[in-house]
Every structure is written in C-alpha cells, then in structure tokens.
Design a protein around this ligand. Structure first.
Ligand code: ATP
Ligand code: MG
Length: 695
C-alpha cells in the first residue's frame, strides 16, 4: 500500500505539483505550454480534429482513468473484463499475487475461477453481435496484384474446421502444438483453433533454422506440427517443409517424436509434387481440414489455463519460453490495443510484425480480433518489388492504423522520400512503433513524411514477457516528444531504481522495473520457474525487472535508453547507447548505427560505434570526423565515439533487432567468443564486420 501511495504521489507530480522554481511542472505544464516556453524539447501536439474524436482526449481524462486503475485495480479491470463473455464469473478477489521473491515463490493470478475462451471472444462474440459479415482479415500476397479476405463468420468456420481436425487427431486441452508458418491467413487460423480447444500453441517464426526449431520442439513436445511446404519472400523461395523435416529428425534424436505434420500447400511458392513427403506422418491441410464440420464446440477454460508459449527473440542469449495464460492476457491485449491506437470500428489496421513474435500474437491476432477489427496480413517483404510496397498496401486497403518497427522506418527512410510521397496515404490516422527505441530523427521522418504531420505515433514499450503495452502514448491525450514512449498504460506502475534497487523519484535515470502485476504479465518460463524468478524478480526484490534502462524527464515522460547492459560508463558518465546512436543517425549520411562499450585504459569504458551509411556514400576519414563531431555537438565531448567501425550490414535477430552482444565481442576483438549466432537473420555480416575491423 505504501509503495502505491508513493507512486500516486509521483502521478500527482506529473500533473500538479509546483517545482522548486515555482513553476508548474509535469503533464499539465506541458499542456499549458509552460514547458514549451522554456525548454528545447520539441513537443508535438495532436491536432484539434484528432483530439475531438479521441477515446482519451486530454491528460485530465487519462489521469482520472490511470488513478482509478492504480487505486482500485480490481474494480478497474473487472469493469473491462465484463465486456467479454465468461461462462462463469471470476472469484471476488480478481487478482492474487506474490510479486516479492523474499516472501516465497512468485505467483500471479488474474480472474482465477473465471471460465472463458479467447477464441470464442474473438470470433463467436463478434459474429453474434452483428459483425458476421465484417472483414476480419485482408490478405496481401508476396506478389502484388491479387488479394484474399475472410469475414468474421468465414474465419470462424475455418477455425472450427481445423479445431475439429486437431481434436480428431487426439489433441486435448493442455497439449502443445508447434506452428511454423509464414504470414498466411492459416497462421492466425491455427492459433485460434488451438485456443478454441484449449491446446497451447507455440508459434516459431518461420525464419528460424532447423536447429532452432528442433530446440523448441524438444522443449515443448508438441502433438502436432503445423507448417506449409514453402514461402516466397521477395524473389526468394524458402522451402519450409525441408526445414521442418530436418528439425523433426533432430528432435527424434533428442527423444521427441511428432506423429502429425500438417502441411499447407502454399501453391504460389511450391507445388505439392515438388515437396518431400513422409507418408504416415505428413498430411496436406487442403486434403483433410475442409472435410470437417464448420462448427466446433468451445473448450471452456479457466482464466489461468495456459494459452500459449512463445520463445523470446534471443537478443541477449538463449531464448526463454514465456508462458501466457488466458483471462488476463485477453483483457489486457484488447484494452491496450483499443486505447494505444485510439481504435474505432471503422479502422483498417495493419501491423507489419510476424505472428512469430509477441507483437503478432497480441497485436495481429488477439488484441485486434477481440475488438472486432479488420486486420491486414502481408505475406511478403516491405521492399519488394520496391521500397514503396508498404504505401501501396496502405492505399490499397485504406489502412488507417499502421504499426511497425524502427528498423523498417530507418530502412525506408534510407531509400528516400519519393517512394513514400508517390502514394496518397491519406487514410492513415495513427502510426505505431515497437521493438527498439525509435531515434528522434527516424521518429520525425515517420511523422512528417509518412504521416504528413497529421498522425500521432504510438511508440509502444513492452516485451514478450509483459503480454501487452506497458508505456505508450495514447493518441490525442497529450503532446508527444519524439523518441519518448511517454506515460504508463492503465494499471502499470513503472519505477526507476538505482543499482541498489532503491526507487528514484522525479527526473532521473536508472533501471526500469514494475511494481505489482498487470493482467497481461507472463506467469512463468515454461518448465523453469526458477529461471523466471532469477531473471526477473531477484535482481531487484519486490519488483519485476525489465532488463531495460530508462530515464524520466522533468515532465514525467519516460525515455527508454536500451538494455541495461548497453549503458556505457565513460569516465563516470552513464551514457545510453540509444542516445549516441540517435545522434549518429541524425547525420544525413548515416543510415543506421549501433553503439557498444569497450574496455578503455583511461576512461574505464570507451564508445565504439558501428555505422551503416546511406546507399552509395563511400566511407572516408572526413566522414568519420564529421560523424564524431555530430555526437560532440549534440550530446557533448564526453560522448564522442572513440572508434567508428564502418558496417555495410549489422548483425540483427530475425525480428530486426541489433544483437549488441556480438558487436561487443567484435569491439573488444574477442573473436573466438562470439557465442551462439543461430538467431541471426544473416550470420555472414559478422565475417564482413571482422574483415572491416581495422579500416
Ligand atoms: P531476449 O529477451 O531474448 O533477449 P528481446 O528482449 O529482444 O529478446 P522482445 O520481448 O521481443 O525480445 O523485445 C522486448 C525488448 O525490446 C524490450 O525489453 C526493449 O529492450 C525493446 N523494446 C521494445 N519496444 C520498445 C520501445 N518502444 N522503445 C524502446 N525499446 C523497446
Ligand atoms: Mg527481452
């Protein structure tokens, strides 16, 4: 209770408390224009027209709702949860948790005793409430020129057919199913079919190698693997079924054999005649699934029954099997989706993330469909046939909400404005970003060029572990600061702590933690509750530790500075890598930058910057100096990079995040300690970087 009070005091200071200088600080000051008058921060205000229609149209409204969500979480979330269908209502307590390792094992429960089904709430509920003929999915294939779609009632029928097939194969509540599919409509269909019968899906991004897939199959022992024969991404055909075959041989060696491999024939990429086949195990989706009835009884489950298992993207080491349960996740993803994107029933929503990542779980499938939204799903690559493809798709489906990652924004920015301005994009009204801190220059390009300075940007900070958004703008509610994720979502109490785990108030920077649970929190790491506690709850007892560094400015805005092990200590100055990267990327000839620390005799740690240049720009001594000067001018001499390393490409995970762990090893020339590179999208960039190390 005491900590909640402290937190609320902070909330108050966000809005009303005068500062020492006698001026009003915080969110209200920002609105009053006080902060604007005195500070260099450039605030980006939502336009009046947007504000008039916004779900949360003012800081006052936000603070009102936020305060209630913290003071009375049970009441706040019960009200939200009541909008869904529950076969039986949850127990009176709503939430029960032990968040503090010092008091025993960590345990989180929301809506325990409540009986529901998330597939029912995504589909049947929408069909029954008048949305039967509304488009649930628009599907855009790799090759431009055609499309496909499913209404809510058609989607429900497809899901039921697959659910019936799986039941027929003996799949029961609690069984695991591995899904290894590209962005076909069959991917959300498979997820929803599992949810319908209480099976636990584990989607593995269909870009992972056979070894990575095998590792996950061995870990969760699925009854069935669902895949397709091949996929075309850009001009490249990837034979997915061959990868699955290899992974199943590998899994069998480790004692896990899978009886059924349900394979969708993705005809445009590969004909079935060319697909290798193991009779008895392999089954063509198209041969069996359509024969099953289009209705299927729902398996009613407890709110705390597992919904899915998802391995994190592996930026920092061995992937962790994050487990989410049903009820809290349902309520949380639906609510965050609605408010963070200011969702209205007329919206056409496109999230470019793959369902192989948490973003595709919470904000392609569950969050939007719980709201009855129309979702665009794109099979291909955003630069095929050219870098204008995204805007072509936006115009084609009249997309209103576009949600993507900074890595894509930066790469499109590098390709030039003309690919964007060639298209109308006038349907757009909200933009979103996730995955990494978005540097202010990319933010501004996204805002000015893509959104024609009209669309608020929801820079959503969250994690596989959190299930849904944690710190995020609510479009229209307050002015934005480019590069800041702004304020906490309802029910979330972020705190910034120092090395000793003591909470720091006001303007500060440190380790980002969360105090007490929220409905979408993960409940364990599959099969390893001890690792769950060690990784997330032991570093700062009493809190959930995110692993990210963060600062809070005088107005209460939160700024993510990257993972804490990315914070560099140069002669006693704590410098977030994100800050230096952001300065580098603001240089007109720098397309992307990744900064790491390395051991430095004098300063303790030095700054080592990998830079990718804009296409066609040659690397030169002059450019090197000018890059360093840019950082000196923007941040200060103490942050000037000691070393610039030209990087035609950067090592990235398959979800597009820079893997700094490897860059640190290159920077310190510990080349025999590069570690596991199997989750890299393109392992060959590592060799290239090593070759260029001393240029
Ligand atoms: P692993 O945990 O296996 O190392 P990962 O952390 O990259 O992988 P995710 O759960 O997909 O796996 O990513 C969450 C992380 O992404 C956050 O902890 C944060 O570092 C970063 N992130 C996500 N969104 C934002 C954002 N809007 N601003 C800043 N950072 C973000
Ligand atoms: Mg992580």
């Amino acid at each position: 209770l005491k900590t909640t009070k402290n937190h609320l005091r902070h909330v108050d200071s966000m809005s009303t408390l005068p500062s020492r200088a006698g001026k009003i600080t915080g969110l209200n000051a920002v609105i009053l224009g006080e902060a604007l008058a005195s500070e260099e921060d450039d605030l980006v205000f939502p336009n009046d027209e947007f504000v008039r229609q916004a779900l949360v149209p003012s800081p006052k409204k936000y603070l009102e709702m936020y305060k209630r969500s913290i003071e009375d979480p049970a009441g706040f979330w019960s009200d939200v949860a009541s909008q869904f269908y529950w076969k039986r209502r949850w127990a009176e307590s709503v939430v029960s948790e032990n968040f503090d390792v010092r008091n025993g094992s960590v345990k989180i429960e929301w809506f325990k005793g409540g009986i529901t089904n998330i597939c029912y709430n995504c589909l049947d509920r929408n069909v029954e409430s008048g949305n039967a003929d509304k488009i649930a999915i628009y599907w855009e294939p790799n090759e431009p020129g055609s499309q496909d779609s499913l209404t809510y009632s058609q989607l429900l029928q497809r899901v039921c057919q697959l659910a019936n097939y799986l039941k027929d194969k003996g799949v029961r509540k609690g069984d695991a199913i591995v899904i290894y599919l590209p962005m076909l409509m069959e991917l959300p269909i498979a997820m929803l079919a599992c949810a319908r019968i209480g099976a636990v899906h584990s989607v593995v991004f269909a870009g992972f190698s056979a070894d990575s897939l095998a590792q996950r199959i061995v870990d969760c022992k699925p009854k069935v693997v669902i895949t397709c024969n091949a996929v075309k991404r850009g001009s490249k055909v990837i034979p997915l079924k061959d990868i699955v075959d290899a992974s199943l041989i590998e899994s069998a060696k480790n004692g896990v054999s899978v009886d059924v491999c349900l394979t969708y024939e993705n005809e445009s990429a590969m004909k079935r005649e060319s697909t290798k086949w193991q009779v008895g195990r392999d089954v063509w989706w198209q041969d069996v699934v359509p024969k099953y009835p289009t209705t299927c009884e729902v398996e009613w489950v407890d709110a705390e029954d597992p919904l899915f298992l998802l391995y994190t993207s592996g930026s920092t080491g061995k992937p962790k099997g994050v487990l989410h349960t049903t009820g809290g996740y349902m309520v949380y993803t639906a609510t965050t989706f609605k408010y963070a994107f200011d969702y209205k029933p007329s919206d056409i929503y496109w999230c470019t993330a793959d369902c192989g990542w948490i973003t595709g779980h919470s904000y392609v499938t569950y969050g939007p469909m719980l709201n009855g939204a129309t979702v665009v799903i794109f099979e291909g690559a955003p630069n095929y046939p050219d870098p204008g493809r995204s805007w072509d798709i936006v115009d084609k489906f009249k997309v209103t909400i576009f949600y993507t990652a900074p890595t894509l924004v930066r790469s499109l920015m590098r390709d030039g404005d003309e690919y964007v301005t060639r298209y109308s994009r006038k349907s757009l009204r909200v933009l979103g970003s996730v995955g990494e801190p978005i540097n202010p220059s990319a933010w501004r390009w996204f805002f000015n060029v893509v959104g024609d300075s009209r669309c608020p940007i929801s820079d959503t900070w969250w994690q596989t572990e959190t299930g849904g958004f944690m710190i995020t703008p609510l479009p229209g509610a307050w002015p934005q600061k480019p590069g800041s994720a702004t304020f906490p979502f309802f029910g979330v109490q972020p705190v910034i702590v120092d090395e000793k785990g003591a909470e720091i108030e006001g303007e500060c920077s440190g380790y980002l933690c969360v105090k007490s649970s929220w409905p979408g929190a993960f409940r364990t790491l599959y099969g390893d509750h001890e690792r769950y506690e060690t990784t997330y709850f032991k570093p700062f007892p009493g809190y959930y530790f995110s692993g990210d560094g963060c600062s809070r400015d005088k107005d209460g805005y939160y700024w993510l500075t990257g993972r804490v092990d990315d914070v560099i200590n140069v002669s006693g100055h704590r410098i977030g890598t994100a800050e230096v990267e952001s300065a580098l990327v603001s240089h007109p000839q720098c397309a992307e930058a990744a900064v790491v620390g390395f051991e430095h005799e004098v300063k303790g740690q030095g700054i080592y910057a990998f830079v990718t240049l804009v296409d066609g720009v040659p690397y030169s001594e002059e450019l090197r100096k000018s890059l360093i000067l840019t950082v000196r001018n923007q941040i200060g001499a103490f942050a000037a990079p000691d070393k610039i390393h030209w990087a035609p490409g950067l090592p990235k995970t398959r979800s597009g995040k820079i893997m700094r762990r490897i860059l640190r090893k290159i920077a310190s020339r510990q080349l025999d300690e590069l570690g596991d590179t199997s989750t890299l999208a393109d392992p060959s960039v590592v060799e290239q970087l090593i070759e260029l190390a001393d240029r």
